[in-house]
Design a protein around this ligand. Structure first.
Ligand SMILES: [Zn+2]
Ligand SMILES: [Zn+2]
Length: 207
């Protein structure tokens, strides 16, 4: 005899059943977040996930939200534009797609990099000296690369060369190392913040 789903009225001859319910109506044990809130930088659009700022992309947001869903399902995907999660549940021969709404809200914020930039903050100065053509070439290259990992706070054209003020020293150190350039490095203590010593690093490059 056919079972009849008490929720939708489907018959067991029409659809797979899990005990009393059809597979689409069976009580699922999927645990969803009620709502997701993600901080998003007003200026650059980066988002804050797990305590750090990362570039925004559909995939990053979708993966983050679907990773917050727990329970018995074969797979979970999320579409943030539709604020809907999709789960494949059931057994290998009878998979059913279930949709659940998870509201997503972007909260306006400002990321560390943008707030530092706005405050005139910088940690390092790359001084390019020597042949004019080479200085120009390297300045352009360094600016392009460094604006992917940090920011250029200021650029100064001087008689003796070009000074690039960089937001953070670490990305500058690793870029110069990757480029096999060997700058003369000097560090100066320029203050303290929350008990931490703040340094400014000068990287002198001669061509
Ligand atoms: Zn049903
Ligand atoms: Zn930002």
């Amino acid at each position: 005899m056919d079972k009849i789903c008490p929720i939708c009225g489907a018959k067991s001859s029409e659809k797979p059943f899990v005990e009393t319910f059809c597979i689409e109506c069976r009580p699922s044990n999927i645990k969803l977040p009620k709502k997701i809130m993600i901080e998003r930088c007003n200026r650059c659009g980066n988002i804050k996930l797990k305590g750090g700022w990362v570039p925004f992309s559909d995939e990053t947001v979708n993966d983050f939200v679907s990773s917050k869903c727990k329970g018995e399902f074969e797979s979970a995907t999320y579409n943030w534009r539709k604020e809907t999660a999709y789960f494949m549940v059931g057994t290998k021969d009878a998979l059913v797609r279930i949709e659940k709404e998870i509201p997503l809200e972007f909260k306006k914020s400002i990321c560390t990099t943008c707030s530092r930039r706005a405050g005139g903050y910088f940690e390092g100065i790359i001084q390019l000296r020597g042949k004019k053509g080479k200085i120009k070439y390297y300045a352009r290259f360094l600016k392009k690369q460094l604006s992917k990992t940090t920011f250029i706070a200021k650029e100064e054209d001087l008689k003796e060369g070009i000074d690039l003020y960089v937001g953070e020293s670490k990305p500058a150190i690793s870029l110069l190392r990757d480029m096999n350039l060997k700058p003369k490095i000097t560090r100066k203590l320029h203050g303290q913040k929350a008990g931490k010593r703040l340094y400014r690093t000068t990287f002198l490059l001669r061509f």
